[in-house]
Ligand binder design. Structure first.
Ligand code: FES
Length: 339
């Protein structure tokens, strides 16, 4: 079973493959439709089938009235599409908060102080999130921190994070000591560093250091959806090894015509920057200023872009202020502070 789902009134469309519910497929496509329990009880995912055929894939306790049945009401969490369908459904504002006990699949070093944490959810409880969102990672109630997800919602069982380990930080120490099969509580998702589905503008991503993580999630999701927007990534690193997934990004360039990439070192942008001990807030500001000049020079039509900035707090704020001072529309900027 597979089909194309067209939503009314929004005109969004997405594919449903195999035995996925229409709700799951919508969320993986980055469309947060209304829902609650996900298992056929609450009725919040109720929608109306306007044309095409659907098939029930799981039992639901929620009971429709006769009038609702006659109007073609279905539960998006309990049905999949058989061929192409048109459905009337309301977009929800947010994806519900979930609490999931995951297990460590792998912990690997990306640089001297950044690790890749790969968590796996149970088969029956996958994390629903939008590309670019964050979750809170809780380690046995002893330490917790919020981190952006670095992987694509299209693989909602395997969730990855790029975590900078900080000396003398309790959370970092607990992360560094994790072993495969250890449990980690994942709570979320949170945040609005997400793709603007209503925009057809080209996108500039400005990722600083491990701020690459949420940007990776956004770009991988855009590619999975085969979005035709032009995507340009500037990745600014504070150390030689800082472009720790350079090869992954280069492979995107090879397969996606509309993607371009500019790797930059902080020291090249601002020669006085001293990355020896990691850049401090004022040095990051100088680097940001230099980057802003370079981006403005390379993109004379900056107003035609949506700009996503991910990096240390002073960077995200500084670039945002720069853009606003230069009359860049506020609704075209999304920022996330990555520590
Ligand atoms: S989300 Fe509760 S019934 Fe579908």
């Amino acid at each position: 079973m597979a089909g194309l789902v067209r939503l009314r009134p929004s005109d969004h469309q997405f594919h449903v493959d195999g035995n996925d519910s229409i709700l799951d497929a919508a969320l993986q496509a980055g469309l947060p439709l209304n829902y609650g329990c996900s298992n056929g009880n609450c009725g919040l995912c109720q929608a109306r089938l306007l044309s095409g055929e659907v098939s029930k894939i799981s039992h639901h306790d929620f009971v429709f009235s006769e009038a609702e049945k006659n109007r073609g009401h279905i539960l998006l969490c309990s049905y999949t599409a058989v061929g192409d369908v048109v459905i009337e459904a309301q977009a929800g504002a947010v994806i519900s908060e979930q609490h999931i006990t995951t297990r460590v699949k792998k912990l690997t070093a990306l640089t001297g102080d950044i690790v890749l944490l790969h968590l796996q959810t149970p088969r029956t409880q996958r994390l629903r999130f939008l590309a670019g969102q964050s979750v809170r990672l809780d380690l046995d109630g002893e330490a917790s921190a919020t981190h952006p997800i670095a992987s694509c919602p299209c693989d909602d069982r395997n969730i990855q994070f790029h975590i900078r380990l900080i000396v003398d930080d309790a959370f970092s120490q607990r992360i560094a000591s994790l072993k495969p099969a250890n449990t980690v509580q994942v709570i979320g998702p949170f945040g609005d560093f997400t793709l603007n589905n209503r925009s057809d503008r080209s996108i500039l991503f400005l990722a600083f250091d491990a701020g690459f993580a949420p940007v990776k999630s956004l770009i991988e999701h855009a590619m999975q959806l085969e979005q035709s927007d032009n995507l340009h990534l500037y990745w600014i690193a504070d150390a030689e090894e800082g472009h720790y997934m350079h090869n992954v990004v280069r492979s995107w360039k090879d397969v996606f015509d509309n993607f371009s990439y500019t790797p930059l070192n902080a020291k090249d942008l601002y020669p006085l920057a001293d990355p020896a001990d990691g850049l401090q807030a004022d040095a990051w500001q100088d680097v940001s200023q230099a980057l802003f000049r370079q981006v403005s020079a390379e993109h004379k039509n900056l107003q035609d872009f949506d700009i996503y900035v991910a990096g240390p707090d002073p960077v995200a704020r500084f670039i945002r202020d720069c853009l606003l001072r230069n009359s860049f529309p506020q609704e075209q900027i999304r920022t996330i502070s990555t520590g």
